[in-house]
Write a protein of this length. Structure first.
Length: 257
């Protein structure tokens, strides 16, 4: 099931995206599916007639994972961490499909990172690996933008990873998906730059949920970014970056200075 958040007139609304590519419709949901479940209202819109938003704005946090693909570690000249390397992005970093990435004035080196994002569905803590699927709402595409020059000069990654618009997600949340072997691609102005698989992750998506939940109480709508494959590079004003993940769809965002 594909859960989208969208606007037709004024107020953000949730819906279920149905139908084949090119003729999809959005069936409107009554209220918030994270708390009310999926209750259809009977109202439907053509997908082309609505504006998609970020499918969720995290209530508390986005947890990023660094250096989770061996090929990305190699291209960055880094060492493989002994355990998942966590960092936080504020919910103000989150934007939706089509929204502009606003390149910050304090950096001249903003890089893209195509990633699978896990969306948490219920409050949880210390989740055992075998219970992870019970707390996951679904999965979406993400772009973990990074100010590389600032990342090198700041002792902490808060500014480099957490600036406004640094976490585009979307286009919707896929609730019925096995995250263990999905193709993850990133394209800059239509040129394929990243092409990996979640099967190449050092720690799989389920392992990351269990690990992160040892440190943080996770709330409905929280997001865990799972790392990026090799091929990261810089994005500049006027360029567009697309994230394509097998079984989910495409997230596309332009960059603006």
């Amino acid at each position: 099931m594909r859960i989208a958040r969208f606007v037709v007139n004024d107020d953000p609304t949730f819906g279920v995206v149905e139908g084949p590519a090119g003729s999809e419709e959005v069936a409107v949901i009554n209220g918030d599916p994270f708390y009310n479940g999926v209750q259809l209202t009977g109202v439907r819109h053509a997908l082309e007639d609505v504006r998609l938003l970020a499918p969720v704005i995290p209530r508390s946090k986005v947890v990023g994972i660094g250096r989770n693909y061996a090929d990305h570690i190699q291209e960055m000249g880094s060492e493989t961490p002994a355990a998942p390397l966590m960092f936080l992005k504020p919910n103000t970093s989150v934007v939706g499909p089509g929204d502009p990435i606003m390149l910050p004035s304090f950096s001249d080196q903003i890089s893209y990172e195509a990633e699978l994002a896990v969306v948490i569905g219920r409050i949880c803590k210390d989740v055992p690996l075998e219970r992870v699927d019970d707390v996951v709402f679904g999965y979406t595409c993400a772009n973990d933008l990074t100010a590389r020059d600032v990342q090198k000069t700041d002792d902490q990654w808060a500014r480099a990873k957490g600036f406004d618009t640094s976490c585009p997600i979307g286009p919707w949340i896929e609730t019925d998906l096995d995250p263990e072997n999905l193709r993850v691609r990133g394209s800059l102005d239509g040129d394929l730059r990243q092409d990996g698989s979640t099967s190449d992750m050092i720690w799989g998506a389920r392992e990351l949920v269990a690990y992160v939940s040892q440190a943080f109480t996770l709330l409905p709508g929280d997001i865990i970014l799972t790392g990026t494959p090799a091929g990261v590079g810089m994005i500049t004003d006027g360029q567009r970056f697309d994230v394509d993940i097998e079984g989910i769809g495409r997230l596309s965002n332009p960059a603006r200075r």
